[in-house]
Design a binder for this molecule. Sequence first.
Ligand code: F6R
Length: 616
Amino acid sequence: MCGIVGYIGKRKAWPVLFKGLERLEYRGYDSAGIALLQNGAFSVYKKKGRVVELSKFTKNQNQLSGGVGIAHTRWATHGVPSDRNAHPHLSSGGDIVIVHNGIIENYLSIKKILVGKGYRFKSDTDTEVLANLIEDIKKHTKVEIDEVVRLALAQVSGAYAILVLSKDEPGTMVVAKVGSPVVIGIGKKEFFVASDATPIIEHTKKVIYLEDGQMATIKNSKLLIKTIKNKTIKNPYVHTLKTKIEELEKGGFPLFMLKEIFEQPKSLADTMRGRIVLDKGNVKFGGLEKFEKQLRSINRLTITAMGTARFTGLIGEYAFEELAGIPTKVEYGSEFAYREAAVDENTGLLAISQSGETKDTLNAIKEAKKKGMLTLGIVNVIGSSIAREVDAGIYNHVGPETAVASTKASTSQALLQIMLAIYLGRMRFARGLSKSKAKGILKEMQKLPALAEMILKSANNIKKLAKKYKNYNNFFFLGRKYNVAAAMEGALKLKECSYIHVEGMNSTELKHGPISLIDKNFPTLIIAPIDSMYEKNKSSIQEIKARGGPVIAITSLGNKELENITDDVIYIPKTLEMLTPILAFIPMQLLAYYIAVERGNDVDKPRNLAKSVTVE
Ligand code: F6R
Protein backbone atom coordinates (compact mmCIF):
# COMPACT_ATOMS: atom_id res chain seq x y z
CA MET A 1 0.00 0.00 0.00
CA CYS A 2 1.04 3.65 -0.02
CA GLY A 3 2.06 5.44 -3.17
CA ILE A 4 5.40 7.15 -3.77
CA VAL A 5 6.38 9.68 -6.43
CA GLY A 6 9.66 11.38 -7.21
CA TYR A 7 10.77 14.00 -9.71
CA ILE A 8 14.19 15.29 -10.65
CA GLY A 9 14.65 17.57 -13.64
CA LYS A 10 14.20 21.04 -15.02
CA ARG A 11 10.53 21.66 -14.18
CA LYS A 12 9.00 22.70 -10.89
CA ALA A 13 8.65 19.47 -8.94
CA TRP A 14 5.54 20.35 -6.91
CA PRO A 15 2.86 20.14 -9.68
CA VAL A 16 4.34 16.90 -11.02
CA LEU A 17 4.40 15.36 -7.55
CA PHE A 18 0.94 16.61 -6.55
CA LYS A 19 -0.71 15.26 -9.73
CA GLY A 20 1.21 12.03 -9.30
CA LEU A 21 -0.09 11.63 -5.76
CA GLU A 22 -3.65 12.16 -6.98
CA ARG A 23 -3.16 9.32 -9.46
CA LEU A 24 -1.76 7.06 -6.74
CA GLU A 25 -4.31 7.96 -4.09
CA TYR A 26 -6.06 4.64 -4.66
CA ARG A 27 -3.07 3.01 -2.94
CA GLY A 28 -3.80 4.69 0.39
CA TYR A 29 -5.29 7.96 1.48
CA ASP A 30 -4.98 8.63 5.17
CA SER A 31 -2.24 11.26 4.87
CA ALA A 32 0.01 12.73 2.21
CA GLY A 33 3.15 14.79 1.90
CA ILE A 34 5.73 16.35 -0.40
CA ALA A 35 9.37 17.22 0.28
CA LEU A 36 11.23 19.68 -1.95
CA LEU A 37 14.90 20.49 -2.02
CA GLN A 38 15.04 24.29 -1.99
CA ASN A 39 18.15 26.45 -1.62
CA GLY A 40 20.20 23.69 -0.07
CA ALA A 41 17.61 22.54 2.50
CA PHE A 42 14.52 20.35 2.58
CA SER A 43 11.03 21.81 2.94
CA VAL A 44 8.51 19.16 3.99
CA TYR A 45 4.78 19.76 3.52
CA LYS A 46 2.55 17.03 4.96
CA LYS A 47 -0.95 16.61 6.27
CA LYS A 48 -3.36 14.04 7.62
CA GLY A 49 -6.20 13.33 5.17
CA ARG A 50 -6.48 13.26 1.40
CA VAL A 51 -3.93 14.53 -1.10
CA VAL A 52 -6.10 17.59 -1.77
CA GLU A 53 -5.22 18.82 1.76
CA LEU A 54 -1.74 19.56 0.43
CA SER A 55 -3.11 22.28 -1.86
CA LYS A 56 -3.39 24.46 1.28
CA PHE A 57 0.38 24.82 1.02
CA THR A 58 0.31 26.17 -2.53
CA LYS A 59 -0.86 29.67 -1.56
CA ASN A 60 2.72 30.85 -1.52
CA GLN A 61 3.94 29.65 -4.92
CA ASN A 62 7.52 30.85 -4.35
CA GLN A 63 7.76 28.49 -1.44
CA LEU A 64 7.20 25.62 -3.85
CA SER A 65 9.86 26.33 -6.42
CA GLY A 66 12.26 23.34 -6.12
CA GLY A 67 13.04 21.12 -9.11
CA VAL A 68 13.76 18.00 -7.04
CA GLY A 69 11.23 16.38 -4.76
CA ILE A 70 9.66 13.24 -3.39
CA ALA A 71 6.07 12.60 -2.31
CA HIS A 72 3.89 10.02 -0.61
CA THR A 73 0.28 9.06 -0.03
CA ARG A 74 -0.14 6.77 2.96
CA TRP A 75 -2.06 3.73 4.11
CA ALA A 76 -1.00 3.41 7.75
CA THR A 77 0.94 0.36 8.92
CA HIS A 78 3.11 1.67 11.81
CA GLY A 79 1.52 4.58 13.65
CA VAL A 80 -1.95 6.14 13.37
CA PRO A 81 -2.82 8.42 10.45
CA SER A 82 -1.62 11.88 11.55
CA ASP A 83 0.48 14.85 10.34
CA ARG A 84 3.34 13.50 12.44
CA ASN A 85 3.33 10.02 10.90
CA ALA A 86 2.76 11.27 7.35
CA HIS A 87 5.70 10.92 4.93
CA PRO A 88 8.19 12.25 3.81
CA HIS A 89 10.35 11.74 6.89
CA LEU A 90 13.42 13.83 7.63
CA SER A 91 16.40 12.46 9.49
CA SER A 92 17.20 14.08 12.86
CA GLY A 93 19.89 16.35 11.43
CA GLY A 94 17.79 17.26 8.37
CA ASP A 95 20.38 15.76 5.99
CA ILE A 96 18.19 13.03 4.56
CA VAL A 97 14.58 12.89 3.43
CA ILE A 98 12.81 9.69 2.51
CA VAL A 99 9.47 8.24 1.37
CA HIS A 100 8.74 4.56 1.76
CA ASN A 101 6.11 2.06 0.66
CA GLY A 102 6.34 -1.18 2.61
CA ILE A 103 7.40 -2.36 6.04
CA ILE A 104 10.82 -2.43 7.70
CA GLU A 105 10.45 -5.52 9.87
CA ASN A 106 13.52 -5.04 12.12
CA TYR A 107 12.96 -1.32 12.69
CA LEU A 108 12.60 -1.66 16.47
CA SER A 109 16.05 -3.16 16.98
CA ILE A 110 17.63 -0.52 14.70
CA LYS A 111 15.71 2.23 16.49
CA LYS A 112 17.05 1.03 19.85
CA ILE A 113 20.64 1.35 18.60
CA LEU A 114 19.96 4.80 17.11
CA VAL A 115 18.27 6.04 20.30
CA GLY A 116 21.40 4.85 22.16
CA LYS A 117 23.44 7.07 19.84
CA GLY A 118 21.28 10.07 20.69
CA TYR A 119 18.82 10.10 17.76
CA ARG A 120 15.38 11.48 18.60
CA PHE A 121 12.23 10.40 16.74
CA LYS A 122 9.26 12.58 15.89
CA SER A 123 6.98 9.84 14.48
CA ASP A 124 6.01 6.25 15.27
CA THR A 125 7.00 5.03 11.81
CA ASP A 126 9.51 2.45 10.66
CA THR A 127 10.43 4.88 7.86
CA GLU A 128 11.89 7.54 10.14
CA VAL A 129 14.18 4.84 11.54
CA LEU A 130 15.52 4.19 8.04
CA ALA A 131 16.03 7.95 7.47
CA ASN A 132 18.14 8.15 10.64
CA LEU A 133 20.03 4.97 9.86
CA ILE A 134 21.02 6.48 6.49
CA GLU A 135 22.04 9.74 8.16
CA ASP A 136 24.09 7.83 10.72
CA ILE A 137 25.98 5.86 8.07
CA LYS A 138 26.49 9.05 6.05
CA LYS A 139 28.12 10.72 9.07
CA HIS A 140 30.54 7.86 9.55
CA THR A 141 31.56 7.17 5.94
CA LYS A 142 32.94 9.34 3.16
CA VAL A 143 31.01 7.69 0.34
CA GLU A 144 28.29 9.12 -1.91
CA ILE A 145 24.62 8.91 -0.99
CA ASP A 146 23.79 5.90 -3.20
CA GLU A 147 26.48 3.87 -1.46
CA VAL A 148 25.29 5.12 1.94
CA VAL A 149 21.75 3.93 1.13
CA ARG A 150 23.08 0.59 -0.08
CA LEU A 151 24.97 0.08 3.18
CA ALA A 152 21.85 0.98 5.17
CA LEU A 153 19.68 -1.42 3.19
CA ALA A 154 22.09 -4.23 3.95
CA GLN A 155 20.98 -3.84 7.58
CA VAL A 156 17.21 -3.85 7.09
CA SER A 157 14.79 -6.67 6.47
CA GLY A 158 11.27 -6.31 5.12
CA ALA A 159 9.65 -4.93 2.02
CA TYR A 160 10.19 -1.51 0.58
CA ALA A 161 10.19 0.86 -2.31
CA ILE A 162 12.07 3.97 -1.18
CA LEU A 163 13.11 7.32 -2.58
CA VAL A 164 15.94 9.11 -0.81
CA LEU A 165 17.40 12.61 -1.19
CA SER A 166 20.46 14.00 0.54
CA LYS A 167 20.78 17.76 1.04
CA ASP A 168 24.51 17.60 0.29
CA GLU A 169 23.99 16.02 -3.14
CA PRO A 170 21.16 18.07 -4.68
CA GLY A 171 21.43 16.52 -8.15
CA THR A 172 20.96 12.95 -6.94
CA MET A 173 17.93 10.78 -6.15
CA VAL A 174 18.27 7.21 -4.90
CA VAL A 175 15.57 4.59 -5.49
CA ALA A 176 15.52 1.05 -4.12
CA LYS A 177 13.08 -1.85 -4.22
CA VAL A 178 12.45 -5.09 -2.39
CA GLY A 179 8.91 -6.43 -2.49
CA SER A 180 7.07 -3.15 -3.31
CA PRO A 181 6.74 -1.90 -6.87
CA VAL A 182 8.58 1.03 -8.40
CA VAL A 183 8.75 2.37 -11.95
CA ILE A 184 11.19 4.93 -13.34
CA GLY A 185 10.05 7.15 -16.21
CA ILE A 186 12.77 8.46 -18.50
CA GLY A 187 12.23 11.94 -19.93
CA LYS A 188 14.59 14.39 -21.63
CA LYS A 189 17.08 15.24 -18.90
CA GLU A 190 14.38 14.51 -16.32
CA PHE A 191 13.19 11.43 -14.44
CA PHE A 192 9.89 10.49 -12.83
CA VAL A 193 9.64 7.73 -10.26
CA ALA A 194 6.39 6.22 -8.96
CA SER A 195 4.75 3.14 -7.46
CA ASP A 196 3.05 2.49 -10.79
CA ALA A 197 3.12 4.06 -14.21
CA THR A 198 -0.04 6.20 -13.86
CA PRO A 199 1.76 9.37 -12.62
CA ILE A 200 4.32 8.96 -15.40
CA ILE A 201 2.17 8.37 -18.51
CA GLU A 202 1.46 12.05 -19.18
CA HIS A 203 5.19 12.89 -19.14
CA THR A 204 6.90 9.99 -20.90
CA LYS A 205 6.12 6.55 -22.30
CA LYS A 206 9.60 5.13 -21.64
CA VAL A 207 9.83 3.33 -18.32
CA ILE A 208 11.99 0.85 -16.44
CA TYR A 209 10.44 -1.43 -13.82
CA LEU A 210 12.98 -2.00 -11.05
CA GLU A 211 13.29 -5.66 -10.02
CA ASP A 212 13.41 -6.89 -6.43
CA GLY A 213 16.81 -6.30 -4.90
CA GLN A 214 17.67 -3.50 -7.33
CA MET A 215 18.44 0.16 -6.73
CA ALA A 216 18.77 3.12 -9.06
CA THR A 217 20.77 6.31 -8.78
CA ILE A 218 19.66 9.29 -10.80
CA LYS A 219 22.54 11.73 -10.89
CA ASN A 220 23.36 14.61 -13.20
CA SER A 221 20.61 13.50 -15.62
CA LYS A 222 21.97 9.95 -15.80
CA LEU A 223 20.48 6.73 -14.53
CA LEU A 224 22.53 3.92 -13.06
CA ILE A 225 20.92 0.66 -11.96
CA LYS A 226 22.61 -1.95 -9.81
CA THR A 227 21.66 -4.58 -7.28
CA ILE A 228 21.62 -3.82 -3.58
CA LYS A 229 24.42 -6.39 -3.47
CA ASN A 230 26.41 -4.01 -5.73
CA LYS A 231 26.32 -5.64 -9.17
CA THR A 232 25.80 -3.17 -12.05
CA ILE A 233 22.84 -3.91 -14.35
CA LYS A 234 23.87 -3.11 -17.91
CA ASN A 235 21.20 -2.14 -20.47
CA PRO A 236 18.07 -2.49 -18.30
CA TYR A 237 14.95 -3.22 -20.37
CA VAL A 238 13.05 -0.04 -21.29
CA HIS A 239 9.28 -0.64 -21.69
CA THR A 240 7.01 1.53 -23.81
CA LEU A 241 3.74 2.35 -22.04
CA LYS A 242 0.52 1.87 -24.04
CA THR A 243 -2.09 3.31 -21.64
CA LYS A 244 -3.76 6.51 -22.89
CA ILE A 245 -4.22 9.44 -20.55
CA GLU A 246 -8.03 9.52 -21.19
CA GLU A 247 -8.27 6.06 -19.68
CA LEU A 248 -7.20 7.57 -16.37
CA GLU A 249 -9.90 10.28 -16.37
CA LYS A 250 -13.58 10.06 -15.30
CA GLY A 251 -14.96 10.68 -18.79
CA GLY A 252 -18.15 12.51 -17.72
CA PHE A 253 -19.14 10.12 -14.89
CA PRO A 254 -19.42 11.54 -11.36
CA LEU A 255 -17.16 8.83 -9.95
CA PHE A 256 -14.70 6.23 -11.22
CA MET A 257 -16.73 3.32 -9.85
CA LEU A 258 -19.77 4.24 -11.96
CA LYS A 259 -17.57 4.82 -15.01
CA GLU A 260 -15.96 1.42 -14.57
CA ILE A 261 -19.32 -0.34 -14.07
CA PHE A 262 -20.56 1.23 -17.29
CA GLU A 263 -17.38 0.26 -19.14
CA GLN A 264 -18.21 -3.44 -18.80
CA PRO A 265 -19.76 -4.03 -22.22
CA LYS A 266 -16.44 -2.81 -23.66
CA SER A 267 -14.19 -4.48 -21.08
CA LEU A 268 -15.90 -7.85 -21.61
CA ALA A 269 -15.42 -7.46 -25.36
CA ASP A 270 -11.77 -6.45 -24.84
CA THR A 271 -11.21 -9.49 -22.63
CA MET A 272 -12.32 -11.76 -25.51
CA ARG A 273 -10.83 -9.71 -28.35
CA GLY A 274 -8.68 -11.83 -30.68
CA ARG A 275 -8.87 -14.82 -28.35
CA ILE A 276 -11.97 -16.74 -29.48
CA VAL A 277 -11.54 -19.13 -32.41
CA LEU A 278 -15.18 -20.01 -32.98
CA ASP A 279 -14.82 -22.39 -35.92
CA LYS A 280 -12.38 -24.54 -33.94
CA GLY A 281 -14.45 -24.30 -30.75
CA ASN A 282 -11.39 -23.03 -28.97
CA VAL A 283 -9.63 -20.11 -27.34
CA LYS A 284 -6.07 -18.88 -27.85
CA PHE A 285 -3.87 -17.07 -25.40
CA GLY A 286 -0.59 -15.65 -26.75
CA GLY A 287 1.01 -15.80 -23.30
CA LEU A 288 0.37 -19.55 -22.95
CA GLU A 289 1.49 -20.74 -26.39
CA LYS A 290 4.99 -21.74 -25.32
CA PHE A 291 3.68 -23.64 -22.31
CA GLU A 292 1.36 -26.11 -24.01
CA LYS A 293 3.42 -29.15 -23.00
CA GLN A 294 3.47 -28.21 -19.30
CA LEU A 295 -0.23 -27.29 -19.39
CA ARG A 296 -1.08 -30.76 -20.75
CA SER A 297 0.65 -32.37 -17.79
CA ILE A 298 -1.37 -30.45 -15.21
CA ASN A 299 -3.80 -32.75 -13.45
CA ARG A 300 -4.79 -30.47 -10.57
CA LEU A 301 -5.17 -26.74 -10.20
CA THR A 302 -4.89 -24.38 -7.25
CA ILE A 303 -6.37 -20.93 -7.74
CA THR A 304 -4.92 -18.29 -5.47
CA ALA A 305 -6.15 -14.73 -4.95
CA MET A 306 -7.64 -12.40 -2.34
CA GLY A 307 -10.92 -10.50 -2.00
CA THR A 308 -12.97 -10.05 -5.15
CA ALA A 309 -10.35 -11.82 -7.24
CA ARG A 310 -10.71 -14.88 -4.99
CA PHE A 311 -14.49 -14.86 -5.38
CA THR A 312 -14.05 -14.97 -9.14
CA GLY A 313 -11.74 -17.93 -8.50
CA LEU A 314 -14.73 -19.79 -7.07
CA ILE A 315 -16.43 -19.37 -10.46
CA GLY A 316 -13.24 -20.63 -12.09
CA GLU A 317 -13.17 -23.65 -9.77
CA TYR A 318 -16.55 -24.86 -11.03
CA ALA A 319 -15.62 -24.13 -14.65
CA PHE A 320 -12.25 -25.96 -14.56
CA GLU A 321 -13.93 -29.03 -13.07
CA GLU A 322 -16.97 -28.91 -15.38
CA LEU A 323 -15.23 -28.09 -18.66
CA ALA A 324 -11.72 -29.49 -18.27
CA GLY A 325 -12.23 -32.20 -15.64
CA ILE A 326 -9.35 -30.73 -13.61
CA PRO A 327 -9.82 -31.04 -9.83
CA THR A 328 -9.51 -27.45 -8.63
CA LYS A 329 -9.17 -25.76 -5.28
CA VAL A 330 -9.36 -22.08 -4.41
CA GLU A 331 -6.94 -20.83 -1.77
CA TYR A 332 -6.34 -17.51 -0.05
CA GLY A 333 -2.86 -16.47 -1.21
CA SER A 334 -2.10 -15.69 2.43
CA GLU A 335 -2.78 -19.32 3.44
CA PHE A 336 -1.16 -21.12 0.53
CA ALA A 337 2.06 -19.23 1.18
CA TYR A 338 2.36 -20.56 4.71
CA ARG A 339 0.59 -23.92 5.00
CA GLU A 340 1.81 -27.29 3.80
CA ALA A 341 -0.46 -27.75 0.80
CA ALA A 342 -0.44 -31.23 -0.74
CA VAL A 343 0.65 -30.18 -4.24
CA ASP A 344 3.25 -31.46 -6.70
CA GLU A 345 4.79 -30.48 -10.02
CA ASN A 346 1.63 -31.57 -11.83
CA THR A 347 -0.49 -29.12 -9.86
CA GLY A 348 -0.75 -25.77 -11.63
CA LEU A 349 -1.11 -22.52 -9.72
CA LEU A 350 -3.37 -19.84 -11.16
CA ALA A 351 -2.93 -16.46 -9.47
CA ILE A 352 -5.63 -13.84 -10.08
CA SER A 353 -5.00 -10.18 -9.37
CA GLN A 354 -6.21 -6.90 -10.83
CA SER A 355 -3.33 -4.83 -9.51
CA GLY A 356 -0.71 -7.52 -9.85
CA GLU A 357 0.75 -6.24 -6.59
CA THR A 358 -1.22 -8.06 -3.87
CA LYS A 359 1.46 -9.25 -1.48
CA ASP A 360 -0.46 -12.32 -0.26
CA THR A 361 -0.95 -13.53 -3.82
CA LEU A 362 2.65 -12.78 -4.72
CA ASN A 363 3.84 -14.81 -1.72
CA ALA A 364 1.70 -17.76 -2.84
CA ILE A 365 3.34 -17.67 -6.30
CA LYS A 366 6.82 -17.66 -4.77
CA GLU A 367 5.85 -20.64 -2.58
CA ALA A 368 4.40 -22.50 -5.59
CA LYS A 369 7.65 -21.96 -7.52
CA LYS A 370 9.60 -23.44 -4.62
CA LYS A 371 7.34 -26.46 -4.85
CA GLY A 372 8.08 -26.84 -8.57
CA MET A 373 4.57 -25.87 -9.74
CA LEU A 374 3.85 -24.17 -13.06
CA THR A 375 2.57 -20.71 -12.16
CA LEU A 376 0.02 -18.88 -14.29
CA GLY A 377 -1.46 -15.44 -13.83
CA ILE A 378 -4.61 -13.54 -14.73
CA VAL A 379 -3.54 -9.95 -14.19
CA ASN A 380 -4.80 -6.57 -15.33
CA VAL A 381 -1.87 -4.24 -14.71
CA ILE A 382 0.75 -4.80 -17.38
CA GLY A 383 4.28 -5.09 -16.05
CA SER A 384 3.11 -5.47 -12.43
CA SER A 385 4.98 -7.66 -9.94
CA ILE A 386 2.67 -10.68 -10.31
CA ALA A 387 2.67 -10.40 -14.10
CA ARG A 388 6.45 -10.57 -14.00
CA GLU A 389 6.67 -13.28 -11.33
CA VAL A 390 4.47 -15.96 -12.93
CA ASP A 391 5.81 -18.38 -15.56
CA ALA A 392 3.04 -17.54 -18.02
CA GLY A 393 0.04 -15.31 -17.98
CA ILE A 394 -3.05 -13.75 -19.45
CA TYR A 395 -3.79 -10.04 -19.26
CA ASN A 396 -7.36 -8.85 -18.72
CA HIS A 397 -6.88 -5.88 -21.06
CA VAL A 398 -9.68 -3.91 -19.38
CA GLY A 399 -7.63 -0.73 -18.89
CA PRO A 400 -6.86 0.97 -15.59
CA GLU A 401 -9.31 0.31 -12.74
CA THR A 402 -9.17 3.29 -10.42
CA ALA A 403 -12.09 2.97 -7.97
CA VAL A 404 -11.03 0.94 -4.95
CA ALA A 405 -13.97 -1.45 -5.33
CA SER A 406 -13.24 -3.78 -8.21
CA THR A 407 -15.92 -3.97 -10.93
CA LYS A 408 -14.81 -4.29 -14.56
CA ALA A 409 -11.74 -6.31 -13.58
CA SER A 410 -13.88 -8.83 -11.68
CA THR A 411 -16.23 -9.65 -14.57
CA SER A 412 -13.20 -9.99 -16.81
CA GLN A 413 -11.48 -12.31 -14.30
CA ALA A 414 -14.52 -14.60 -14.20
CA LEU A 415 -14.81 -14.59 -17.99
CA LEU A 416 -11.10 -15.32 -18.54
CA GLN A 417 -11.26 -18.32 -16.23
CA ILE A 418 -14.16 -19.82 -18.18
CA MET A 419 -12.19 -19.18 -21.39
CA LEU A 420 -9.13 -20.82 -19.85
CA ALA A 421 -11.25 -23.79 -18.75
CA ILE A 422 -12.37 -24.19 -22.38
CA TYR A 423 -8.75 -23.96 -23.57
CA LEU A 424 -7.59 -26.60 -21.08
CA GLY A 425 -10.68 -28.73 -21.66
CA ARG A 426 -10.04 -28.78 -25.42
CA MET A 427 -6.43 -29.95 -24.95
CA ARG A 428 -7.37 -32.84 -22.64
CA PHE A 429 -8.40 -35.96 -24.50
CA ALA A 430 -9.50 -38.14 -21.59
CA ARG A 431 -11.91 -35.81 -19.76
CA GLY A 432 -11.92 -33.17 -22.42
CA LEU A 433 -14.47 -30.88 -23.97
CA SER A 434 -16.07 -31.54 -27.36
CA LYS A 435 -15.75 -28.99 -30.14
CA SER A 436 -19.50 -28.55 -30.43
CA LYS A 437 -20.03 -28.00 -26.69
CA ALA A 438 -17.17 -25.50 -26.59
CA LYS A 439 -18.59 -23.72 -29.64
CA GLY A 440 -21.97 -23.41 -27.95
CA ILE A 441 -20.43 -21.81 -24.85
CA LEU A 442 -18.26 -19.46 -26.89
CA LYS A 443 -21.25 -18.29 -28.92
CA GLU A 444 -23.11 -17.40 -25.73
CA MET A 445 -20.00 -15.76 -24.35
CA GLN A 446 -19.78 -13.46 -27.34
CA LYS A 447 -23.24 -12.13 -26.49
CA LEU A 448 -22.15 -10.99 -23.01
CA PRO A 449 -21.16 -7.40 -23.94
CA ALA A 450 -24.61 -6.77 -25.43
CA LEU A 451 -26.34 -8.41 -22.45
CA ALA A 452 -24.29 -6.30 -20.04
CA GLU A 453 -25.43 -3.23 -21.99
CA MET A 454 -29.08 -4.27 -21.47
CA ILE A 455 -28.58 -4.48 -17.69
CA LEU A 456 -26.94 -1.07 -17.58
CA LYS A 457 -29.95 0.45 -19.38
CA SER A 458 -32.03 -0.41 -16.30
CA ALA A 459 -29.61 1.29 -13.87
CA ASN A 460 -32.34 3.75 -12.86
CA ASN A 461 -34.50 0.95 -11.43
CA ILE A 462 -31.62 -0.08 -9.22
CA LYS A 463 -31.12 3.52 -8.17
CA LYS A 464 -34.75 3.50 -6.95
CA LEU A 465 -34.14 0.27 -5.03
CA ALA A 466 -31.09 1.85 -3.42
CA LYS A 467 -33.30 4.61 -1.97
CA LYS A 468 -35.67 1.98 -0.57
CA TYR A 469 -33.00 -0.22 1.03
CA LYS A 470 -30.33 2.33 2.01
CA ASN A 471 -31.19 2.39 5.72
CA TYR A 472 -31.00 -1.29 6.55
CA ASN A 473 -28.06 -2.31 8.73
CA ASN A 474 -27.74 -5.93 7.59
CA PHE A 475 -28.18 -7.99 4.44
CA PHE A 476 -27.79 -11.56 3.27
CA PHE A 477 -26.75 -12.21 -0.34
CA LEU A 478 -27.52 -15.74 -1.54
CA GLY A 479 -26.98 -17.93 -4.60
CA ARG A 480 -26.38 -21.51 -5.71
CA LYS A 481 -23.67 -23.19 -7.79
CA TYR A 482 -21.86 -20.60 -9.92
CA ASN A 483 -23.84 -17.88 -8.18
CA VAL A 484 -22.57 -18.68 -4.67
CA ALA A 485 -19.45 -16.81 -5.70
CA ALA A 486 -21.57 -14.03 -7.19
CA ALA A 487 -23.47 -13.71 -3.89
CA MET A 488 -20.21 -13.45 -1.96
CA GLU A 489 -18.84 -10.87 -4.35
CA GLY A 490 -22.09 -8.85 -4.29
CA ALA A 491 -21.94 -8.89 -0.49
CA LEU A 492 -18.34 -7.65 -0.45
CA LYS A 493 -19.21 -4.86 -2.89
CA LEU A 494 -22.10 -3.61 -0.77
CA LYS A 495 -20.25 -3.86 2.54
CA GLU A 496 -17.05 -2.14 1.41
CA CYS A 497 -18.84 0.75 -0.32
CA SER A 498 -21.81 1.32 2.01
CA TYR A 499 -20.41 0.15 5.40
CA ILE A 500 -23.51 -2.01 5.83
CA HIS A 501 -22.94 -5.46 7.32
CA VAL A 502 -23.54 -7.99 4.53
CA GLU A 503 -22.92 -11.73 4.40
CA GLY A 504 -22.79 -13.67 1.17
CA MET A 505 -23.38 -17.43 1.12
CA ASN A 506 -24.95 -20.47 -0.43
CA SER A 507 -28.78 -20.17 -0.27
CA THR A 508 -29.03 -23.57 1.44
CA GLU A 509 -26.53 -22.68 4.13
CA LEU A 510 -29.02 -20.15 5.49
CA LYS A 511 -31.11 -22.77 7.23
CA HIS A 512 -28.06 -24.25 8.95
CA GLY A 513 -27.83 -21.30 11.32
CA PRO A 514 -27.91 -17.81 9.79
CA ILE A 515 -31.71 -17.86 9.23
CA SER A 516 -32.15 -17.14 12.94
CA LEU A 517 -31.15 -13.55 12.14
CA ILE A 518 -33.99 -13.04 9.65
CA ASP A 519 -36.77 -10.64 10.58
CA LYS A 520 -38.48 -7.67 8.97
CA ASN A 521 -35.34 -5.56 9.39
CA PHE A 522 -32.99 -8.04 7.75
CA PRO A 523 -33.36 -8.12 3.94
CA THR A 524 -31.96 -10.78 1.61
CA LEU A 525 -30.86 -10.48 -2.00
CA ILE A 526 -31.05 -13.83 -3.77
CA ILE A 527 -29.65 -14.63 -7.21
CA ALA A 528 -32.31 -16.93 -8.65
CA PRO A 529 -32.14 -17.10 -12.43
CA ILE A 530 -34.04 -19.79 -14.36
CA ASP A 531 -31.43 -22.52 -14.14
CA SER A 532 -30.85 -25.94 -12.56
CA MET A 533 -31.14 -24.41 -9.07
CA TYR A 534 -34.21 -22.25 -9.64
CA GLU A 535 -36.71 -24.41 -7.75
CA LYS A 536 -34.30 -24.76 -4.79
CA ASN A 537 -33.77 -21.01 -4.71
CA LYS A 538 -37.54 -20.52 -4.77
CA SER A 539 -37.80 -22.67 -1.64
CA SER A 540 -35.17 -20.51 0.06
CA ILE A 541 -37.21 -17.41 -0.84
CA GLN A 542 -40.32 -18.99 0.73
CA GLU A 543 -38.39 -19.83 3.88
CA ILE A 544 -37.20 -16.24 4.27
CA LYS A 545 -40.62 -14.74 3.51
CA ALA A 546 -42.23 -17.08 6.05
CA ARG A 547 -40.03 -15.43 8.69
CA GLY A 548 -40.92 -11.89 7.63
CA GLY A 549 -37.64 -11.04 5.85
CA PRO A 550 -37.78 -8.66 2.86
CA VAL A 551 -36.43 -10.29 -0.36
CA ILE A 552 -34.91 -8.82 -3.53
CA ALA A 553 -34.46 -11.42 -6.28
CA ILE A 554 -32.19 -11.25 -9.30
CA THR A 555 -33.84 -13.46 -11.91
CA SER A 556 -34.02 -14.06 -15.65
CA LEU A 557 -35.72 -11.54 -17.89
CA GLY A 558 -39.29 -12.68 -18.59
CA ASN A 559 -39.70 -14.70 -15.38
CA LYS A 560 -42.58 -12.85 -13.72
CA GLU A 561 -43.24 -15.56 -11.13
CA LEU A 562 -40.94 -14.11 -8.46
CA GLU A 563 -42.79 -10.78 -8.47
CA ASN A 564 -45.55 -12.57 -6.51
CA ILE A 565 -43.34 -13.98 -3.78
CA THR A 566 -40.62 -11.34 -3.30
CA ASP A 567 -40.57 -7.63 -2.50
CA ASP A 568 -38.48 -6.52 -5.47
CA VAL A 569 -37.12 -8.13 -8.62
CA ILE A 570 -34.05 -7.22 -10.71
CA TYR A 571 -33.94 -8.78 -14.18
CA ILE A 572 -30.86 -10.00 -16.03
CA PRO A 573 -30.96 -11.44 -19.56
CA LYS A 574 -30.88 -15.21 -20.03
CA THR A 575 -27.54 -16.87 -20.64
CA LEU A 576 -25.78 -20.14 -19.82
CA GLU A 577 -25.74 -21.08 -16.16
CA MET A 578 -21.95 -20.75 -15.90
CA LEU A 579 -22.07 -17.25 -17.42
CA THR A 580 -24.87 -15.90 -15.18
CA PRO A 581 -22.55 -14.69 -12.39
CA ILE A 582 -20.84 -12.37 -14.87
CA LEU A 583 -24.19 -10.71 -15.54
CA ALA A 584 -25.39 -10.95 -11.92
CA PHE A 585 -22.31 -9.02 -10.74
CA ILE A 586 -23.45 -5.91 -12.61
CA PRO A 587 -26.76 -5.07 -10.82
CA MET A 588 -25.10 -5.83 -7.49
CA GLN A 589 -22.29 -3.41 -8.32
CA LEU A 590 -24.89 -0.77 -9.19
CA LEU A 591 -26.83 -1.42 -5.98
CA ALA A 592 -23.63 -1.09 -3.90
CA TYR A 593 -22.72 2.10 -5.74
CA TYR A 594 -26.12 3.79 -5.42
CA ILE A 595 -26.65 2.79 -1.76
CA ALA A 596 -23.19 4.14 -0.90
CA VAL A 597 -23.94 7.41 -2.73
CA GLU A 598 -27.29 7.64 -0.87
CA ARG A 599 -25.45 7.20 2.42
CA GLY A 600 -23.04 10.00 1.51
CA ASN A 601 -19.94 7.79 1.44
CA ASP A 602 -16.74 8.40 -0.48
CA VAL A 603 -17.52 5.62 -2.95
CA ASP A 604 -14.29 5.64 -4.94
CA LYS A 605 -12.20 5.54 -1.79
CA PRO A 606 -14.07 3.78 1.01
CA ARG A 607 -12.66 4.34 4.49
CA ASN A 608 -9.73 2.21 5.73
CA LEU A 609 -9.09 0.66 2.31
CA ALA A 610 -6.51 0.91 -0.44
CA LYS A 611 -6.70 -0.47 -3.93
CA SER A 612 -3.56 -2.52 -3.95
CA VAL A 613 -2.71 -4.34 -0.77
CA THR A 614 1.06 -4.62 -0.84
CA VAL A 615 1.45 -5.61 2.80
CA GLU A 616 0.64 -8.94 4.45
C1 F6R B 1 -12.82 -5.42 -3.54
C2 F6R B 1 -11.47 -5.50 -4.06
C3 F6R B 1 -10.48 -6.33 -3.32
C4 F6R B 1 -9.44 -6.91 -4.28
C5 F6R B 1 -8.34 -7.62 -3.50
C6 F6R B 1 -7.31 -8.24 -4.43
O1 F6R B 1 -13.65 -4.68 -4.37
O2 F6R B 1 -11.16 -4.89 -5.04
O3 F6R B 1 -11.08 -7.31 -2.55
O4 F6R B 1 -10.07 -7.80 -5.15
O5 F6R B 1 -7.70 -6.73 -2.65
O6 F6R B 1 -6.74 -7.26 -5.24
P1 F6R B 1 -6.02 -7.60 -6.59
O7 F6R B 1 -7.04 -8.11 -7.55
O8 F6R B 1 -5.40 -6.34 -7.04
O9 F6R B 1 -5.01 -8.66 -6.26
